[in-house]
Ligand binder design. Structure first.
Ligand SMILES: [Zn+2]
Length: 260
C-alpha cells in the first residue's frame, strides 16, 4: 500500500512538472517569460482556471477543447505531462530519493523541453544545451556514470564534454563539405557536449549509437507511411535526448561493453 502511494505521489509530481514543461516548450522559442503571464488560451486569451489546468485530467474532461471558445487543445499537452510523469516515476524507482535522482530529473526535464522545441522549430536554445554542459560538469562528483576520486570524475566529465562538442563540430564540418548541406546543427553539437559531460566518452558513444538506431527506425516508419518531410530532414535532438535519457537511467549499461 505504501509503495502504491509513493508511485502515485511520484506520478503526480511528474505530471505537475510536465505541465510546467509545456509552458517552457511553448514560451522559450517565442521569448516570452515562463512565469508571467499565467496560462491562457492562445486563441481567446481567456485565463485558464486552476480546475481546467489539472495535468492530463483536464484535457480529458474538457474533451480537448477550450472551455470558453472551444478551440482545439493540442494533444502535445497531455502527452508531455504523461511522458514526464511516467519517466519521473521510473527515475525515482531506479535511484530512490537521492541527490542524484533530482540532478538526473533536472536533466530529464531539460531534455524533454529540448526535444519538443527541436521537433517544432528545428533549433535547440543555447541556454538549454550549453546550460546542460555546465550542469553536467558541476554535478559530475555525484554522477554514478563516473568512478574513482574527485579529480578522475571531473576529468572524465570534462573530457567527455570536449570530445562531444569538438568531435561533433569537426564531424559536422567534414560531413557538410561532403554532402554540401548542413549535416549536424549547432544545437546538436552543443547537445553532444552535454551528453559527454553527463556520461563521459564511452557513454557518449553509447548514446550516439542508440540515437542513430532510433532515428533510423523513425525515418523508416515515416518512409513507409509516406510522411517523410519534403526536405528529408528530421531533427536529431530528440533522438540524442533519448540516448542520454537511457544513459541517465542505466549508468552501467553500455552497448560497447556488452560481453566484455
Ligand atoms: Zn479559448
Amino acid at each position: 500500500m505504501e509503495i502504491f502511494f509513493m508511485f502515485v505521489l511520484f506520478f503526480v509530481f511528474g505530471a505537475v512538472v510536465g505541465s510546467f514543461l509545456n509552458v517552457c516548450i511553448y514560451r522559450i522559442p517565442a521569448k516570452i517569460s515562463i512565469v508571467w503571464p499565467p496560462s491562457h488560451c492562445p486563441k481567446c486569451n481567456n485565463k485558464i482556471k486552476w480546475y481546467d489546468n489539472i495535468p492530463i485530467l483536464s484535457y480529458l474532461i474538457l474533451g480537448a477543447k477550450c472551455r470558453n471558445c472551444k478551440e482545439k487543445i493540442s494533444p502535445q499537452y497531455p502527452a508531455v505531462e504523461f511522458l514526464t510523469a511516467a519517466l519521473t516515476t521510473l527515475f525515482f524507482c531506479n535511484f530512490g530519493l537521492t541527490a542524484w535522482t533530482f540532478c538526473a530529473l533536472f536533466c530529464l526535464y531539460i531534455l524533454i523541453i529540448v526535444s519538443f522545441i527541436d521537433l517544432k522549430t528545428f533549433t535547440i536554445p543555447d541556454i538549454l544545451s550549453i546550460g546542460l554542459i555546465f550542469f553536467g560538469l558541476a554535478v559530475c562528483f555525484i554522477n554514478p556514470a563516473f568512478s574513482g576520486d574527485l579529480l578522475s570524475k571531473f576529468t572524465s566529465s570534462i573530457t567527455g564534454a570536449s570530445v562531444g562538442f569538438f568531435g561533433s563540430w569537426g564531424l559536422a564540418i567534414f560531413c557538410s563539405a561532403l554532402i554540401k548541406k548542413e549535416a549536424l546543427g549547432g544545437g546538436d553539437i552543443k547537445l553532444m557536449g552535454a551528453i559527454g559531460a553527463l556520461s563521459g566518452c564511452l557513454g557518449m558513444a553509447n548514446a550516439l549509437i542508440l540515437a542513430s538506431f532510433f532515428g533510423l527506425i523513425c525515418f523508416a516508419i515515416l518512409a513507409i507511411l509516406k510522411k517523410t518531410p519534403e526536405n528529408g530532414a528530421i531533427p536529431f535532438g530528440p533522438f540524442l535526448s533519448v540516448g542520454l535519457i537511457i544513459n541517465l537511467l542505466f549508468p552501467n549499461f553500455n552497448l560497447l561493453l556488452i560481453g566484455v
